[in-house]
Design a protein around this ligand. Structure first.
Ligand code: SAM
Length: 366
């Protein structure tokens, strides 16, 4: 004899209230095919299957009358109905995906249009800083180079510290960061942070064993003055930056060379990396960018070009804001087209074999 389930059990299995099940019975949508000797509703496996189908249509937003037509359609066998249900779900998924894309575009346009491209230094970070943590984190292989260069320093000043990504945890660190938005995003257990700029460090001469600056000196109003300040307050200076020279960076990196020549305007008039090094008597050594670099800085995705299509990745890198929305839209559209047509892959097939690239990033140690 076929096993039957009580209305309470069916309610427990499907998450529908007993009251709703009674209603479905009353309107003939899901009728239990039997009654117990005491006259209680008893659901067979086929009743339960019909109920599940009704509930699936419910979740899609259909009304009870429409559902009744769907499940009672004489020509529709179970497989055809499941196909139809599947199709409806896929349509719903595609609609949701299209809405997410539209929202992303809207967000991107709003952020791009409200951030003044002429803002620089800490002012720029007051405006773009909240997008920073989305893709910016410590790249351990590059951090290891910086920490090694700090030598045996016990006390370390981290200038332009931002959210503190490159602060060593085994030394006594003091941070300097002028942007309140960036300071607010530091972890509660991060090093103490002073609101100040590199050009005027509020510390006595030789207060620290070492001073470090990571990916920040290109934002300073006067990088040479800032480096001299680091030199004044610390015995050792370690700086991670880039050589923005024509051959080292702009022409070497496909993104700046082929898609975003506007960066030339951003770096015009900046002191060369050698002038910066000379100002503090530093040695300069190249730092290669690993193909899977964990920190999403501008050059990080040289072998993962699709990443540049992601608005979140671009919003976490100041260059994209500083070139302005028009240049950004044009560059991204061109890259998107080249990726879709296979043109990018054809031009850069040699990159797939590289594990790390020399893109002008430099470590200065004095
Ligand atoms: C690209 S972020 C780098 C942050 C951090 N060093 C890191 O690697 O995650 C650049 C930082 O430099 C800071 N900055 C801008 N102008 C500065 C100045 N004149 N002195 C010190 N820091 C400055 C910005 O506020 C921002 O937090």
């Amino acid at each position: 004899m076929e096993a039957h389930l009580t209305v309470g059990r069916v309610a427990g299995l499907t998450g529908v209230t007993v009251r709703t099940l009674h209603h479905y019975d009353d309107i003939g949508l899901v009728r239990p095919s039997a009654r117990t000797a005491a006259g209680h509703r008893a659901y067979a496996a086929a009743d339960l299957a019909r109920l599940r189908e009704v509930l699936a249509y419910r979740r899609l937003g259909f009304g009870l009358r429409e559902i009744a037509d769907l499940v009672d359609a004489p020509s529709a066998d179970a497989i055809a109905r499941l196909h139809r249900l599947r199709g409806l779900l896929l349509e719903q998924r595609d609609r949701a995906a299209a809405m997410v894309t539209a929202i992303d575009r809207e967000l991107e346009t709003r952020v791009m249009d409200t951030t003044p491209p002429h803002a620089t230094g800490a002012h720029l970070y007051e405006s773009i800083g909240s997008a920073y943590p989305a893709t910016r984190r410590t790249e351990p292989r590059i951090a290891a180079r910086v920490w090694e260069a700090l030598g045996d320093a016990r006390t370390v000043l981290n200038v332009g510290a931002g959210t503190g990504n490159y602060e060593p945890t085994d030394r006594d660190v003091t941070a300097v960061e002028p942007s309140s938005v960036m300071r607010a995003q530091r972890r509660p257990d991060a090093a103490p942070c002073v609101a100040a700029v590199a050009e005027h460090l509020p510390f006595d001469d030789r207060s620290f064993d070492a001073a470090m600056a990571f990916s920040t000196i290109h934002h300073w109003d006067d990088p040479i003055a800032g480096l001299r300040e680091m030199r004044r307050v610390a015995r050792r200076v370690v700086v991670f930056t880039h050589d923005a020279g024509e051959s080292a960076w702009r022409q070497r990196f496909w993104l700046t060379r082929d898609y975003l020549p506007e960066v030339a305007r951003l770096v015009a008039g900046r002191p060369s990396v050698h002038r910066l090094a000379d100002a503090i008597g530093a040695r300069v050594s190249p730092v290669l960018v690993p193909w899977d670099c964990a920190d999403g800085f501008f050059e990080a995705y040289w072998r993962r070009p699709e990443a540049y299509l992601d608005p979140a990745a671009r919003r976490a890198v100041s260059v994209w804001t500083r070139v302005g929305p028009e240049a950004e839209r044009r560059a991204v559209a061109a890259l998107r087209a080249d990726l879709a047509s296979g043109r990018w892959a054809a031009r850069h097939h040699d990159l797939a074999a590289l594990d790390a690239a020399e893109l002008g990033l430099r470590l200065l140690v004095a």
